[in-house]
Design a protein around this ligand. Sequence first.
Ligand code: GLN
Ligand code: ZN
Length: 772
Amino acid sequence: MTFNATVAGVPRIGPDRELKKALEGYWRDNSTGRNLATTATRLVNDYTDELLAAGLDSAAFSGRSFYDAVLDTTALLGLLPERVADIADHDNDGLPRFIDRYFAAARGTKELPASAMTKWFDTNYHYIVPELAKDSRVELDDSAFLEDIRDQVTRAGEAVRPVLVGPLTYLALSRTVDGSDAFAHLEEIFDAYSRLLKRIADRGVKWVQFDEPILVTDFAYADAAANEDLLKRTRAGYEKLVEAAGAGDEGVNLLIQTYFGDGNAAIELLSGSGVAAFGVDLVTGGAAAAELPAWNGKELLAAGVVDGHNVWRTDLDAALKTLQGLKERGPVAVSTSCSLLHVPYSLQREQNLNAEVQKWLAFGSEKIREVAALSRTLRGEQTEADEQLFAETREAIEDRKNSTLTHNAAVRERQDAVTDADRRRDSIEARREAQKAELNLPPLPTTTIGSFPQTTEIRQARAKHRKGEIDDAAYTQAMKDEVADVIKRQEELGLDVLVHGEPERNDMVQYFSEQLDGYLSTEHAWVQSYGSRCVRPPIIFGDVSRPHAMTVDWYKVAADLTDKPVKGMLTGPVTMLAWSFVRDDQPLGETADQVALALRDEIDDLIAAGARVVQVDEPAIRELLPLRKEQQPDYLKWAVGSFRLATSGAENKVQIHTHMCYSEFNELIDTVSNLDADVTSIEAARNGMQVLAALKDEGYELGVGPGVWDIHSPRVPKQQEVDDLLSAALDSVDPSLLWVNPDCGLKTRGWEETTASLEVLVSAAKKARERV
Ligand code: GLN
Ligand code: ZN
């Protein structure tokens, strides 16, 4: 039993975001359940059809998904949180019976909080965190899943390959609500999967895939010794699964899939256990990942040579060479490096891309074609069309290498001339002195993170402008009015450092990417971020530069209306990369420095226009942190370096702020200090200022604004709560360094709760000032 060509996983949201629309319809009005069910069915069917039509002979199939694959697994294992248990199951127009409990876990209800959501490894996809307790019991709830499989088998026969989250990864990503050990459930989940495999086998399935990406992280490398017992139990679990699956042509074969890093540890752990194949990422993870020393040719290798995480054409000649080398060592199938969930569906949908750049790109459909062509060529069955694809690719790659779009001489020259001195400001003492004289702020100054409510009027004006229903002048005037309103409100509230409110920004990355050279925006290239939410990341294709100032006019509109300092607002280099598709033809650090130089010029222009406070947001600095510790220092070096390159041109009297929002901060405190921003605002309200204790231990000496208002819900904090948070902050932070601000920007909030909450915040600051 073998196969030749496949992909590691499939997208679910639909080429036109059909699932998004059906989901949002269902959430508004349950009567559209039938529509949701048939939409989801059609999407999985269409995708299977596309894979097979392209010539793939094994089709990854993750079932109809209604929100997130980890949550699907949770429901399948009967592990939805206890608090949703009272929501009744019902027959619902072809939807799984648990659908209302499932959505209650994903999104919460009026009464019940939602489960936590967090980023899937180092991607911008979010999964719903499983919540377990000591007495959680696995109870397969597989009727919906089995029905989906039956339908798929009718459609695609033995090519259907159901995908499940592997037990180790599932538990490693879960949290326990009672402090018990999540891994206590490991054997139980293996047992449940054993029962499931038998049922799947009965339906004529020949392959099942278990995703175990946790095995590319330090869990199986730096921390392997500490996890030795768990790794052994995992091997034992898979041995039992193999037994349950039955052997050879009669039974089900297991494919163990890893991605986002080096697959060697997974192979070392599970080779010889009876699993039939390993799927590995040969694109990310360094030299060892590419050479795969652990693979001894015993099991089939699904070689992920086509990048599932980025949008560039595969160098087919190079990939073929890799595949031929591997084929000498054992049986090889061609695959993608990870699920195609992370790239847009098809390049064919884009009508207005730069024609030259378009030739360099490959989205989902194009990647499927690459896999098929590589597989046929590897087997000596290359078609004429394949040959043409190889030729076309050669040309595109050559063109990309030599294009003036990728090589802007002026940018290169400037970059080559950067010295360490360009990444260094004067001493913090000298800066503090100069800023004090310039800004003349009260102790515990109050400010916000940048955005104010993006009201329906703002979004409607933007939509009308896009459709050409209002002209540039009318749109700009509407936004200016908005800025004026925001300034007036901040003055009334008594805030100390004001912002213009960011009404003109659709998104903090897209806004800048649209104005920078070297960046490209798409029209239809949506990828799922979480649930029904999609993003359209811009593409960095070439050397980045700034043809004109990007924010200065907006700064001036605001600054002219007030005597108080107004913060200039920029998005930092790391975040500009994290939320885009990046170049794969130069190190990320080089691209980050190009963005940094553009921002450096923007800061110069802001200062020339009178700005004395400039904030450079870096909310994504943690997200790009490599999964393996050994790779983190290099990353942090360029990440910090690019931030400093962007900001170090500012003279002493100019106060540089940065903002980061996530609570797991402790491992990054050094990094925050190295950024050397005069003031850093961070998320802190939800975990009650815990992060500050760590800052204190580190002897942190720069300004800090721990959020005192959790902006993630419309709830207005009580005066006492904010007073308490501020007192707690003062226990750890010297009063001369402390700022008072919310956790994050306010664009998702309404005005009512914003005004009420900021009143509370300002009053807490005023009271605390009297005490210090
Ligand atoms: N300045 C941005 C805002 O306020 C920051 C957003 C973020 O941290 N994600 O919206
Ligand atoms: Zn934030």
